[in-house]
Design a protein around this ligand. Sequence first.
Ligand SMILES: C[S@@+](CC[C@H](N)C(=O)[O-])C[C@H]1O[C@@H](n2cnc3c(N)ncnc32)[C@H](O)[C@@H]1O
Ligand code: SF4
Ligand code: SF4
Length: 407
Amino acid sequence: MWYTLTLEARDGSRHDIRYNPHTSEIEGIELGLIDEREWPTALRVSKATPLGKSRAPKVLKIQLGLSCNYSCSYCSQAHQIGDATLSKLTDVEAFLANLDSWLEGAPERIELWGGEPFIYWAKLKRLIPALAERFASARFLIITNGSLFDREKLDLITQYDIDIGLSHDGPGQDLRGPDPLENPEQRRWIEALLAERRGHVSINTVLTAQNHDLAAIKAWFHARLGLDVPLSLEGVVNVYDAATLLGPGRFDEAGLHALRRSVFESHVTAPQAFGLDKRLRDFLSSLKTRRPISALGQKCGIDRPEHIAVDLQGNVMTCQNTGAKGEHKIGHVDEFDAIALNTATHFAFRPECISCPVVQLCKGSCMFLEGELFAQSCANEFAFNMGILMAAVWHLTGMIVVQIQPS
Ligand SMILES: C[S@@+](CC[C@H](N)C(=O)[O-])C[C@H]1O[C@@H](n2cnc3c(N)ncnc32)[C@H](O)[C@@H]1O
Ligand code: SF4
Ligand code: SF4
C-alpha cells in the first residue's frame, strides 16, 4: 500500500515522495545503505484466534490491585476498578510459593503495578526481595503517581535497583489530581529520588486535549526541577470511558492539528527532549531495515505470549490495567494451557490500521478498545504519530509534509 507525501521546501517548491508502510520502502529519499533483514512474523491475536501465554515469560507484570489515592480524570483503569480482585498479604506468600508450578526460567523484567503500587507497600516489601533473590538478573520497574515516597521506599528502590516511571502532567496536572511538587514533603522525596537514582527515573506525561504543548510542558518542568530533569512521554491519551471521551480524551480538529504540530516542532527543535529521538530512531530504522508490517505486534507488547499480566491470586488478565473479576480474566496460572487472550484485536484485523500511513509508528493503539472509544483513541494516536512521521521526513529532507494521500 503506497502513499504519496507532498513536501514543501523553504522556497515554496513542492516535491512528491512515496512511502509504503507495509514494506517500509520509501521512494524519493536517499537513505544510503539498506540493511534489509529477515523479519520474524508477529503473532496476530483476535477474539476468533486467541493466543496462549508462555511459561517462560520475558516480561512479568504483577498487578497488586487497582486501588489508588488519586482519581485522574482520564485514568485508563477507572472502568475496571470494580473488576479488580482484592488481595491480602497472605496472597503474596501463596503467589511466591506457587511460582515454580507455572513459571520456567527467569523473566528479564518484572513490573509491579497498581492502581497506585505504593499503596500496596507491605506487599511490595515482601514481594520485591523474594523475587530479586529468585531472579537475580531481572530488572524491576514501577510506574507511580509519585505521591507516596519516603526514605524507606527510596531505600528499597535503590537496594533493588528499581526503575521508576513517575507520572506527572506538568501544567496539565490538575487533570490528574493534587500536584506532589506543590507538597513540600512529597516534593522533597521526588527531588531525592531524581538525585539518587539518576538514569533510572523518568517523568512521564500523558498528552491530553488540555495539555499537549510540549514546549510549555518542558518549560514548566525546567522551572521547577531544573534543566536536566528526565522528561518522557507516556504518549497521547487513549479513551476508556464516556467521561474521558467527552473531556480530556476528546481532541477536536483544531486540537489534533495543534497536537501534531507540537510533536513535530518538538522533534525538530529538541529531538532529545521527552525521549522523542527514540521514536524517531525506531521509525528511521524501520526504513533502513525494511521492516514489514507482518513483523509488528501491538505497541504495548502484552499481546506477545512471553509477556504476561497476573494478579496475586494467579489470575491472568488481558493486561495490567484490567481486573480479573470481569471479561478481562483470560485464565489462571494453575490451568496454564487453557489461558486464552480472547479479548483483544491485533491491528491487522482493523481495516483502518491496515490502510494507515503511520501504522509502523502507532502499532494499533490499545488492542481491546472498540467502537467510539477506539475511534477517538485512534484519532489521537494518528495526530501524535503523524507529528513524528513529519519530523522524520524533515530530518531526512529539510522539507515539511503538507499532504499525504494513497497512491
Ligand atoms: C494507569 S497508571 C497506574 C500507575 C500509577 N498509578 C500512575 O499513575 O503512574 C499507568 C500509566 O498510565 C497512564 N495513563 C492513565 N490513563 C491513561 C490513558 N487514558 N491514556 C494513556 N495513558 C494513561 C498514567 O499516566 C500512568 O503513566
Ligand atoms: S492514572 Fe494512576 S494515579 Fe491516576 S487514577 Fe489512574 S492509577 Fe491512579
Ligand atoms: S493511528 Fe489509528 S488507524 Fe493508524 S495504526 Fe494507529 S490506531 Fe490504527
